[in-house]
Design a protein around this ligand. Structure first.
Ligand code: NAD
Length: 356
């Protein structure tokens, strides 16, 4: 579950700080639906972003989670050069679900009311069957089995993009053209972690990994030569690259001092617990590739109608990350600050163009 800072309680103040956008709330008594759709920015196109279905401590937490993730989607699409805006939705998971199919169909009606300004997709806690239920009441849904806008598992594309970002970081940090012999510690061997390990293994990288799910570990151990660590010990592994591919907030005040790596690049969203952690990483000379730049491959796959174009765009993540590192050195900013500034600039320019 995502924990948030409750002190940031004023919604309008937060909207101003995050340069929002609009937030829509729906309650449906019949199905027990309590849902939020946060649309951060549509200057570049309709807001695409997944639907989370997890429990929250409070409605405020759920709203803030949706807002933070929607902003991340705007920035991700902008930097990846996609004609998409940023949005995200949250359905607060009840203790008991009356009828899952009806709940998601009710959510689809909510999406439909926004007339295409928001397009939903799979996210934590939702699956293709849920998207199929949503598709009974709206066409504004990706990742259904019948292909509304896009279909298939985005994880291999996300993993490819993360691998390209690791290559850009290895070039910047060690002047390495290849990942042969580079030691990567992967936290989380789920969908993306597994495909990332596959990419890296094929390029001769040395692997260490962990997962809280023993099945994922045994699958990985069968496929790759790698050393397994416990979920806690992975932070202490001496490595060249630490790759967070589990949950958000992995790099925080507690873990940062334990890291024994030169580079952090992974798939997880919101890897840094706070923006200040980005500055601390820089002080410790750890090169961090902004998460939403490195993990854009999945969104690119969903957005593109053609495999070849999608692969070209995912491979471009190498150049994008390299440019962000170089600009951050020039501007004396962290890579995360540089990426945020670039994304804001792209969104502003698109807004100005639309207004003209
Ligand atoms: P997943 O659920 O398949 O994999 C996550 C893995 O992390 C699971 O195997 C889980 O057991 C493990 N895990 C959870 N807590 C852990 C811990 N404390 N220590 C070690 N392992 C732990 O998810 P995924 O699709 O592989 O995505 C991974 C991350 O990347 C998520 O944060 C997701 O939001 C983000 N992401 C995924 C995609 C995609 O295409 N799937 C795209 C962009 C971002």
């Amino acid at each position: 579950m995502t924990e948030i800072d409750n002190s940031r309680s004023d919604l309008f103040q937060l909207s101003k700080e995050m340069d929002f956008g609009d937030i829509h709330i729906k309650h449906d008594s019949e199905t027990g639906l309590n849902a939020i759709i946060a649309i951060h920015n549509t200057n570049l196109g309709p807001a695409l972003g997944g639907c989370r279905f997890i429990p929250y401590h409070s409605t405020q937490n759920a709203i803030y989670d949706a807002m933070r993730l929607a902003q991340g989607m705007s920035y991700k699409a902008a930097i990846a050069g996609l004609e998409l805006g940023g949005g995200k939705s949250v359905i607060v998971k009840p203790a008991k679900i009356k009828d899952r199919q009806k709940l998601f169909a009710a959510f689809g009606r909510f999406v439909e009311e926004l007339n295409g300004r928001y397009i939903t997709a799979v996210d934590s806690g939702t699956n293709v069957e849920d998207m199929n239920a949503i598709a009974t009441t709206t066409n504004y849904v990706a990742s259904t089995s019948k292909q509304a806008i896009a279909t298939g598992d985005p994880s291999p594309y996300t993993a490819l993009g993360v691998r390209r970002a690791i290559e850009a970081a290895a070039k910047t940090k060690f002047n390495n053209e290849s990942l042969d012999g580079i030691h990567v510690a992967i936290q989380g061997m789920g969908h993306v972690g597994y495909y990332l390990a596959k990419e890296l293994h094929e390029l001769g990288a040395r692997l260490s990994f962990c997962d809280i799910n023993p099945e994922n570990i045994s699958k990985a151990k069968k496929a790759f030569a790698g050393v397994e660590y416990s979920a806690d010990k992975i932070f202490d592994v001496e490595c060249d690259v630490f790759a967070p591919c589990a949950l958000g907030g992995a790099i925080n005040k507690e873990t940062i001092g334990r890291l024994n790596t030169g580079i952090i690049v992974g798939a997880a969203n919101n890897q840094l617990a706070t923006p200040e952690i980005g500055k601390d990483l820089q002080k410790r000379d750890i090169l961090y590739a902004p998460d939403y730049v490195a993990n854009a491959g999945g969104l690119i796959q969903i957005a593109m109608d053609n495999e070849e174009k999608a692969l070209t765009k995912v491979n471009n993540i190498y150049e994008t990350v390299l440019n962000i590192f170089q600009a951050s050195i020039r501007n004396k900013q962290t890579p995360a600050e540089t990426a945020d500034s670039l994304a804001k600039q792209i969104l502003m320019q698109a807004g100005t163009k639309n207004a003209a």
